[in-house]
Design a binder for this molecule. Sequence first.
Ligand code: ADP
Ligand code: MG
Length: 261
Amino acid sequence: MCKVISIANQKGGVAKTTTAVNLGIGLARKGNKVLLVDTDPQGSLTASLGYVEPDEIPVTLANILTAVINEEEIDMAAGILHHEENIDIMPGNIELSALEVTMGNVMSRELILKDYIDMMRERYDYILIDCMPSLGMMTINALVASDSVLIPVQAAYLPVKGLQQLIKTIMMVKKRLNRKLKIQGILLTMVDYRTNYAKDISSKVHETYGSRIVVFQNTIPMSVKAAETSAEGISIYAHCPRSKVAEAYRNLTEEVLENEK
Ligand code: ADP
Ligand code: MG
């Protein structure tokens, strides 16, 4: 059975895309068939997997979702790119920006992405949706299309308010649009273990949310190697397999798989 996980946080720069790439490839390395979906008009996921000019890709998620809106038949292979590390990508680019506006005027506008994702479920074990930094219509679509949502939080400073707002949105989607939506967990990213500050934030997150929501045991360390991989178009496992951050993403992958049981 396919599992669909959104990687969401309306704050930018918290390692959503980095986590989508390295958890996705981590799951593929464990023998799973994985599709990564880029719903961010910035196309960062697409670019960080080596397609450095997302705006020049002829068929992207925007075209597919336009076809869904127009009730055209969709070829399941349409637009899918293949990455050397054994994952598939549905690329995204700036056209998603205009599409998000169009979506607002369409009947059942929250279900557009779900129509496409549901169709793709039979081909994959995991579908990871990389969200844009907002709680707009595209992110709502991602939450509606998902079984669960993974929330990366940067451990440098705690946007408690932002996290509360995100969780409120998730609960609203769960109540009105997607009863089976679960929170996969909160993931602390860019942790600088040398500082007490990082430890404080970690305990604060556990304190505030730990009783209701899974806070992943594994955290992702701050590392320039994580940033380098995006420029290389490969995962942290290929770029720097022995680094702490590669180990952290390997452990996170194990933890996600373990939590399924
Ligand atoms: P988001 O998708 O939430 O905007 P990104 O994954 O694009 O976040 O990460 C934001 C920036 O931080 C990128 O330049 C990325 O390469 C860098 N980055 C990601 N993870 C780490 C890390 N563990 N340590 C240091 N820099 C990181
Ligand atoms: Mg991103």
